[in-house]
Ligand binder design. Sequence first.
Ligand SMILES: Cc1cc2nc3c(=O)[nH]c(=O)nc-3n(C[C@H](O)[C@H](O)[C@H](O)COP(=O)(O)OP(=O)(O)OC[C@H]3O[C@@H](n4cnc5c(N)ncnc54)[C@H](O)[C@@H]3O)c2cc1C
Length: 395
Amino acid sequence: TLAAEPSLQPDGLAGAWRFYDAQVPLVERLVVENVVDAADHGALVLNHARAIAFLREGDRIGGARVHDAIGARDLEIRARFTVNATGPWLDETIAPLRRTKQRLLRLTKGIHLVTRRATEHAHVLFAKSDGRLFFVLPWLDATIVGTTDTDYVGDPADAAADEDDVRYLQAEARHAFPKAPFEEIHFTWAGVRALVREEGVAEGEVSRKHALFDHERREGIAGVISVVGGKITAYRAIAEEVVDAVSGKLERRGRSTTAEQPLPGARAGDFAARERELSLEPASLAHLKRVYGGRARELLDLAAADRSLAQPLCPHHHGVAAEVVHAVKTEWAMTLGDVLLRRNALGLSACQGLDCVDRVADQMGPLLAWDADRRRKEIEAYRHEVEPMRRFSTE
Ligand SMILES: Cc1cc2nc3c(=O)[nH]c(=O)nc-3n(C[C@H](O)[C@H](O)[C@H](O)COP(=O)(O)OP(=O)(O)OC[C@H]3O[C@@H](n4cnc5c(N)ncnc54)[C@H](O)[C@@H]3O)c2cc1C
């Protein structure tokens, strides 16, 4: 065991079990890939658009009124059927439809530490203080330690790691790896789990199952269904269940084929000619293939058309300028946070893109018609967005 993982605490170590699991390192890309696929199948995609009200005709929902935060205007979107998949915001978003105030969700906060690379392998550990299961995982160039699981009240958008969360994870991880650099924190992550409400059990004991809430059957409001809870691991199967339920309501017959269809980036890409033509740094090429899969070809095409786009963005990262153009032109990126945190993953490196945010803004500005004032505000907004993640950063 110590040969495989030299930094493990040797005192009292009897051995280890090996288990196999899968990691999706960039869940944001998984979401984007699904949205790209939906658009390829005819979906209209709106980013930074918040549903603020249901369009209601008696006891039937006919769509939603949506606030476009970027364009500062409201839109009415009419739909034969509406699916509400607002995760931990669900109780708030369905409140106008409910006959009772009884909440469907129990919310718990979970945080991760992202630290300097600390271990060779992924480890599942049990906390000494409370017996909870947690992980120490290699992730990109770093290590993730987490999670916590504590009841949460408030707007899920405001969730952030606090001192207790950070000290708990550091102390527990150090029991197993006394010399590992868990004090060197790149940033923290916090999220809120939407769990199907169960009372009288500890946070960690609440089931991670999902449920569909059929507003017509339960409370007499037709034309809308809500997704309650559910893990991202099961997202495709949950989505299939939702589509089957909606198809039934719309009396449409058909079989979902998403189980057999690869997402766009999982389709093979033809890189050979472009690779020769561009002679990118091998690390940049590897980055593009890892992040975009077969769709890396689209990035190489952009760089071939404008060689300045083959340049790196940041001295700490292998990403290239073409990714910014690609994110804006083909992946609905509207803000620096969209590009850096939810498209090219540069914001998930130790520097979080703060050293090159001006350069990225220079590239995005002309594409989105930003003037100098807007550019300044967008940079400020990015700094504000990552601030909660950086409260415990040590560099
Ligand atoms: C710390 C932590 C660790 C986790 N680890 C795992 C794991 O290892 N494996 C796993 O499978 N799952 C894990 N999960 C759970 C996983 O994150 C969720 O299952 C997943 O995010 C649920 O997806 P969702 O689309 O239902 O909800 P969300 O991802 O929460 O998305 C809901 C979306 O709705 C949007 N929204 C809210 N209100 C409105 C509105 N009015 N109008 C328009 N949009 C709105 C929000 O902006 C958000 O984008 C973890 C969660 C946490 C917090």
